[in-house]
Design a protein around this ligand. Structure first.
Ligand code: NAG
Ligand code: NAG
Ligand code: NAG
Ligand code: NAG
Ligand code: NAG
Ligand code: NAG
Length: 495
């Protein structure tokens, strides 16, 4: 099967993928969002309900079936006053969350009924017959927020919740934004929100991302950072000669020979981006407690051990060793970096296509709402300057057609920040949680400015780390954050 290439790094995967597959890094590198979950036997928690296609046009009466999950094992049947909602994001919503994660532990104490809503256009929640660009007009965060509001109304009725029911929502990454925004837009329905790792500020060019990746490597050693920089400079030289290209083909196990792709700047950009994302993927998920991560044991320390190990050769050889580690970890035989192959996959509008696992949909949302393009324009840059903003903008146009150009994108980003307020969001009963290692914290609220919407920045923690099951090896900071969050929820419920 052809592999998709990485384009934007998606990190925003998390809420949905609790059991990150062993191949997780491949998904990350290739800009894929997740693996189709075995659906031969639906979870006992799975349910469906009728949702509106277009919440903002009363003349459009079309509806579709949206998937959700419900678990009432802790529910206080007598009072029916508490409901928790896990917000699905840019990938399939899986049943694992219904019995896992820190929200599940909080539930033991607060006795809510537990729900999870799958985001429209992801997983099995298909509002339209296919993913043609004209059908994607209903794929917006505003529609998704209204889905949440209608879902809450519908569940209040169906499960006969108390008229005084308090809904607390949870979300990580893009759903971390949705959690804060749904409280902002629908405060009469949503009483409180745990917003983890949410990039609230839409931003077209997001070079700071690789700045944080660099900082994470620097926290291990300056030598590590220097080795990556030197290694990249060696790649820059080697790629200019036929012999050098051959050497890179072999060392980096490239699926296509550089000699044949070197004249296509998009392929070259994609190659450089793949090398950088080998590091980004590990940094973003460093030491979270997912099983797949424990199995692979890929940490920033491990990458730096490789980068500073002189026995492996010069720096470019060590970069190749890191690449092998990640290829092996994701069970790939070669590094696929052909741009056209990726674009043709992403243009497939079928619900059965690999790109419909989320790659096409999330790329659409970045091209029409958020940007977040992780470019190489950060200075000083240790991963080269091979993937600039133009690369990402061309990608939007190549996938969705003419018109998704720079001017369109600038307006789209400004629009999102006007709709939600970016970092100036005005909201109460939200706790914003971030990990200092997670590059996405740069676009989120990490300092408390208003006691009614506190922020927690967890030192040394990765993307959405507070949401997973606790482990004895968690840092004291992470443990303390989980307790603090629980206390906020308790306060909101007692208000
Ligand atoms: C909750 O109520 C339902 C009926 O509404 C009942 O079937 C169920 O056993 C109750 N659960 C508990 C834990 O009381
Ligand atoms: C999630 O919950 C299920 C059911 O309780 C459990 O079997 C499984 O091990 C949990 N997954 C993880 C990763 O802890
Ligand atoms: C993970 O790798 C580190 C070295 O980076 C090593 O010390 C540790 O024992 C490894 N853990 C497992 C479970 O393999
Ligand atoms: C490659 O991955 C396999 C598991 O897929 C593992 O057993 C093996 O040790 C790995 N090799 C290296 C060199 O990491
Ligand atoms: C790796 O790929 C091989 C061959 O395609 C397959 O047999 C094996 O199950 C895969 N391993 C993992 C961990 O996915
Ligand atoms: C789209 O993907 C589906 C499922 O993999 C495949 O059957 C179909 O041929 C693809 N369509 C195109 C135009 O490539």
């Amino acid at each position: 099967m052809d592999k998709l290439l990485l384009l934007f790094s998606i990190c925003l995967i998390l809420t949905v993928i609790f059991d990150f597959p062993v191949e997780g890094y491949r998904y990350f590198r290739q800009g894929r969002l997740g693996k189709k979950v075995d659906d031969s036997k639906p979870s006992k928690f799975e349910r469906w309900f009728t949702q509106n296609l277009d919440h903002f046009n009363p003349n459009n009466q079309k509806t579709w079936q949206q998937r959700y999950y419900v678990n009432d094992e802790f529910f206080d049947n007598a009072t029916r006053k508490t409901a928790f909602l896990q917000i699905g994001g840019e990938g399939e919503a899986t049943a694992s969350w219904m019995t896992n994660g820190s929200w599940y532990i909080y539930a033991k104490e607060f006795k809510p009924i537990l729900f999870q809503l799958e985001h429209r256009y992801y997983g099995k929640s298909h509002p339209t017959e296919d993913l043609r660009t004209e059908n994607l007009v209903y794929l917006t965060s505003q529609q998704a927020l209204a889905d949440l509001a209608f879902c809450i109304e519908s569940m209040n009725e169906k499960y006969e919740l108390s008229p005084d029911v308090k809904w607390i929502v949870f979300g990580g990454s893009y759903p971390g934004c949705l959690a804060a925004w749904v409280r902002q837009k629908y405060p009469h329905l949503v009483h409180g929100a745990m917003s983890a790792s949410g990039p609230l500020e839409a931003q077209l060019d997001f070079p700071e991302y690789f700045g944080v990746v660099q900082d994470a490597l620097r926290s291990v050693s300056d030598e590590c950072v220097a080795a990556v920089k030197t290694g990249t400079a060696q790649v820059d030289k080697l790629i200019l000669t036929k012999d050098g290209q051959k050497r890179l083909d072999e060392q980096f196990k490239l699926c296509d020979k550089l000699e044949e792709t070197i004249d296509n700047p998009m392929d070259v950009s994609n190659f450089y981006q793949s090398l950088a994302n080998n590091f980004a993927g590990v940094v973003q998920y460093n030491h979270d407690n997912r099983e797949s991560n424990l199995k692979l044991n890929l940490t920033v320390e491990k990458l730096c051990d490789v980068m500073t190990n002189k026995d492996l050769g010069i720096e470019v050889d060590r970069l190749a060793a890191v690449n092998n580690l990640l290829l092996n970890g994701s069970n790939e035989t070669c590094l696929d970096y052909k741009y056209d192959k990726m674009i043709s996959e992403m243009r497939n509008v079928s619900w059965d296509a690999e790109a419909s696992e989320g790659g096409r949909q999330w790329t659409y949302q970045t091209c029409t709402e958020f940007g977040f393009f992780q470019t190489s324009s950060y200075k000083p840059q240790i991963f080269g300057d091979g993937f600039q903003l133009d690369f990402f903008i061309s990608m939007c146009e190549d996938i969705f057609g003419k018109g998704y150009d720079r001017k369109f994108l600038d307006k789209a980003i400004e629009r999102s920040n006007t709709l939600y307020g970016g970092l100036d969001i005005e909201v109460t009963n939200v706790v914003f949680v971030h990990g200092s290692l997670d590059p996405w914290h740069v676009l989120g609220i990490t300092k408390t400015r208003d006691n009614k919407a506190p922020a927690i920045l967890i030192k040394g923690a990765a993307h959405c780390a507070n949401m997973y099951n606790p482990s004895p090896s968690d840092t004291p900071q992470l443990k303390a954050a989980r307790v603090q969050i629980k206390n906020y929820i308790e306060d909101w419920l007692n208000l």
